[in-house]
Design a protein around this ligand. Structure first.
Ligand code: G3P
Length: 217
């Protein structure tokens, strides 16, 4: 499973990128607002830092305007992936921009039928929002499983990008169910590394090492 960082915070992305576990980045208008930065500037900075795709989202609602915005965003860097909302106009723009050779990410997906349509429109990625479904007591992970089955039934190339991930457990479940990518806030990705027994074991090893009086370097 590929790891994307769901953030427009350059420092937080850099910290994970330096570890070598970042395959891409996703942003959205809310994350741009949170960053307090200009969309073009911050997106360019992220694109220069990260090798993989960086999703930047259009805000127009009508297909022609989405296409124009998408082209403008794509001009920021070669690794831009144009993020489009899961609407009929978004699908039309997706089909057109995919045809022009751009990478596309259809976002705000909450049903298997929406994912089926996005695949038909040639989306590079479909972004089902797990956490926001869970918030409504609907099993978000079940949606990922349904989309996996449908895409596998017909060998669709569209990649399932599990989004609105809220916990390390969501990451594990997305991996188990076969999501191609999961995008998560930096804190969630960092939380995946933690375990109380790792901390306890390390502490014990270091105490014993001190008693040996030895040095490695
Ligand atoms: O990738 C989509 C994500 O940014 C939405 O997450 O937590 O606002 O539902 P959330």
């Amino acid at each position: 499973m590929k790891f994307f960082v769901d953030s427009a915070d350059v420092d937080a992305i850099a910290e994970l990128n330096d570890i070598g576990i970042v395959d891409g980045v996703t942003t959205n208008p809310s994350l741009i607002l949170k960053s307090g930065r200009d969309i073009t500037e911050v997106t360019r900075e992220i694109c220069e830092m990260v090798d993989g795709p960086v999703s930047a989202e259009v805000v127009a609602l009508e297909a022609d305007a989405m296409i124009a915005e998408g082209r403008k965003l794509a001009a920021i860097a070669e690794n831009i992936c144009i993020k489009l909302p899961m609407t009929l106009d978004g699908l039309k723009a997706c089909k057109a921009l995919t045809g022009e050779g751009y990478k596309t990410n259809v976002t705000l997906c909450f049903s298997a039928n929406q994912a089926l349509l996005a695949a038909k429109a040639g989306a590079t990625y479909i972004s089902p929002f797990i956490g926001r479904l869970d918030d409504l007591n609907i099993d978000g992970m079940e949606l990922i499983g349904d989309i996996r089955t449908i895409y596998d039934n017909y060998d669709f190339d569209t990649q399932i990008l599990a989004a609105s991930i809220r916990s390390a457990n969501h990451m594990k479940e997305a991996a188990l169910i076969g999501a191609d990518v999961a995008t998560a806030p930096p804190g969630v990705i960092k939380a995946m590394a933690g375990h109380v027994l790792t901390d306890k074991g390390l502490e014990a090893f270091l105490k014993d090492w001190e008693k040996t009086g030895q040095k490695i370097l």
